[in-house]
Design a protein around this ligand. Structure first.
Ligand code: ZN
Length: 356
């Protein structure tokens, strides 16, 4: 981002791009365009949000990818409810005789959005998992009262527990798009496995162990703001699939490497991956509805939404896991969940990395 002005081929200045993206999100301007170039902001914390630029041609390619790889072609007209941080030109372009899109700004009250969904009964819902969970809570019903064809999870990592809850409520399986500033990276297939979007993304793997790696990506179709050998901050586990797609498979997105918990034990660095911590908590008690776990210095702060015995079970599970790694640390009880400044939902948080 520090070299933004030099990297983009139109010479668009970073401060100008940020202002345009920011004003569009705040509804202070009609669109987020500079000439024919669309400006987008990623959802990082306010001080270090990524900015991305996309040309009309690149936008058309993005649309084609989403249609062919995620939504799928069908000859009947379908309606799509698309939840976004703000209405963006990028998404306006996915509009055709066969697909009718309605946009929902997630900064507007979700209660009103839920009422609209009840009237419009869309065939496909595209939203962040945290928005879907909130809609479940607002709906106050066990199951969606109409038949939805597809639910597509975007923008945030979809955890197993959220995925299950949304599936039970919606009566359909969840498709997942793995996407960020860097573009449309991966999508789920008919088997529910996540495949790299090899149509346009080239992946080089920096292996952390036999199964996990950090991807370095090159986007073969973007030139407005070229993405070349970009080192991502996510930790992924290698997977496999027999669905017939030739693209490489991601077993799980284990979280940002910033959220890895680390301790020193007699000069040896002990590392715990977010996904491991998540599983330990979730499988410790069936009564756990939600949770956050924060590492502050060497201590952990745990918040559990559930009965008292669920907290005790989660705490014991974590204690056992830590002790098996030779770590003896305090696990304190939090009265409320941890919240990011930007409202993004996170459950496993390393505070040392957050404040960077
Ligand atoms: Zn597959």
């Amino acid at each position: 981002m520090s070299q933004f002005d030099l990297i983009n081929i139109y010479g668009i200045r970073k401060d100008e791009a940020f202002q345009v993206g920011h004003d569009a999100e705040k509804d202070l301007r009609r669109n987020s365009m500079i000439g024919s170039i669309t400006v987008g902001l990623s959802s990082g914390s306010s001080g270090n949000r990524g900015i991305f630029l996309v040309s009309e041609k690149e936008r058309a390619q993005w649309v084609a990818s989403i249609l062919s790889r995620v939504i799928g072609l069908s000859l009947s007209q379908r309606t799509v409810a698309f939840f976004l941080r703000a209405n963006s030109e990028l998404y306006e372009s996915v509009r055709s005789k066969l697909l009718k899109f309605t946009y929902y700004n997630i900064f507007d009250p979700l209660e009103q959005h839920w009422k609209n969904l009840l009237t419009t009964k869309p065939d496909i819902i595209v939203a962040q998992p945290s928005v879907l969970i909130r809609l479940i809570e607002i709906s106050n019903i066990e199951a969606l009262p109409w038949k939805v064809e597809k639910i597509i999870s975007v923008a945030e990592v979809l955890t197993i527990e959220d995925s299950k809850r949304i599936e039970v409520w919606s009566g359909t399986t969840i498709d997942q798009v793995y996407q960020c500033t860097e573009g449309f990276l991966a999508h789920s297939c008919k088997n529910g496995k996540i495949h790299w979007n090899s149509d346009s993304i080239l992946v080089e793997k920096v292996w952390l162990n036999k199964m996990q790696y950090k991807p370095t990506i090159t986007d073969l179709k973007r030139s407005t703001q070229p993405i070349i050998r970009y080192e991502m901050n996510d930790i992924l586990t290698q997977g496999k699939c027999d669905c017939g797609l030739k693209s490489d498979v991601i077993h799980s997105i284990d979280g940002r490497s910033d959220d890895v918990f680390e301790w020193m034990n007699n000069e040896t660095k002990i590392v715990l991956f977010p996904d491991f911590i998540r599983r330990t908590i979730i499988f410790s008690h069936p009564g756990i509805v939600d949770y956050t776990i924060v590492k502050e210095l060497v201590y952990l702060k745990l918040w559990i939404d559930g009965p008292d015995e669920a907290f005790d079970a989660a705490k014991n599970g974590l204690k056992k896991l830590l002790e098996s790694k030779g770590i003896n640390t305090k696990i304190l009880k939090s009265a409320s969940p941890w919240r990011a400044d930007n409202g993004k939902k996170k459950r496993v948080i390393n505070l040392a990395a957050e404040s960077k």
